[in-house]
Ligand binder design. Structure first.
Ligand SMILES: Nc1ncnc2c1ncn2[C@@H]1O[C@H](COP(=O)(O)OP(=O)(O)OP(=O)(O)O)[C@@H](O)[C@H]1O
Ligand SMILES: [Mg+2]
Length: 247
């Protein structure tokens, strides 16, 4: 079966050599949900295959209910496929138990969601440090310095002690992007990261994601309804009938 990969890059988007090592691979992934009652299972992912090379940026589009979030959850190891395989940096995730998957997420994957999911009673800086706290009572100095540097970079250096409630929607989402990057992941997953923002803030967050990709070489997979955001990424795939096809 064809695995969609590679296409000419738009100007300004770093091109990825065709022989760059694969970062993420999905092999014929299937996922169904069992609705309540006697209804038959709903198959959402059907032989979905994908190859994303290190340093690529990929947009995933598709109608509401087509399975984009389900796909991202499977990629991000928040959910397991019913069949098929997910590989990260060449290693199959199939045999890993929940603890191993959690460790892998902590080290290698960053998530940004449509709604920022910041903790309302923690400051901006504390929110950003949350992913580093697993099993620890405080983040080390190097981690705090990295968090501060990232917040500076997204224009929030003066807001680190503010509570999220005092930030605009776009600022909150920038904090969420920083939180997703603070542990230096190799793969950044974003599920409609601009869906809840006005167009100016959406553009700003889109620019931030493109910059993070271009400057830091983070591999990006972004689910979006925004044509503008999708057009700024290296290639666009569409969820259709449970599989990924070039858009
Ligand atoms: N936990 C669940 N249990 C049962 N059905 C589910 C569950 N999660 C998702 N679904 C169903 O699976 C289908 C795909 O959902 P999913 O959230 O992946 O779509 P989506 O493409 O992200 O949509 P949207 O653009 O609205 O966010 C939908 O029909 C949804 O109702
Ligand atoms: Mg969704």
């Amino acid at each position: 079966m064809d695995v969609p990969h590679g296409r000419p890059h738009a100007p300004g988007i770093p091109s990825v050599p065709g022989d760059a090592p694969p970062l993420l691979e999905l092999r014929r992934v299937t996922k169904s949900y069992q609705p309540e009652g006697d209804a038959p299972p709903l198959t959402v992912l059907r032989d979905a295959s994908l190859l994303v090379r290190q340093g690529e940026s990929v947009a995933i589009i598709g109608p509401s209910g087509s399975g984009k979030s389900t796909l991202l959850n499977v990629i991000g190891t928040l959910d397991r496929p019913d069949s098929g395989e997910v590989l990260l940096e060449g290693d199959s995730l199939a045999g890993l138990d929940d603890n191993a998957l959690a460790a892998l997420r902590r080290e290698r994957i960053g998530f940004v969601f449509q709604s920022h999911h910041l903790l309302p009673h923690c400051t901006v800086l504390e929110n950003v440090l949350v992913p580093l706290l697993a099993g620890k009572s405080r983040a080390d100095d190097a981690a705090v310095a990295r968090a501060m540097a990232l917040l500076e970079r997204v224009g929030l250096g003066a807001r680190t002690n503010h509570l999220p409630g005092r930030l605009s929607g776009g600022e909150r989402q920038r904090v969420a992007v920083v939180r997703a990057l603070v542990h230096n992941p190799s793969l950044l997953l974003a599920d409609e990261p601009t869906g809840a923002l006005d167009s100016a803030s959406a553009r700003e967050v889109g620019r931030l994601l493109s910059e993070v990709h271009a400057r830091d070489g983070v591999t990006l997979v972004v689910v979006t309804h925004s044509r503008e955001l999708a057009a700024g990424l290296g290639r666009v795939l569409e969820m259709r009938d449970g599989a990924l096809v070039p858009a």
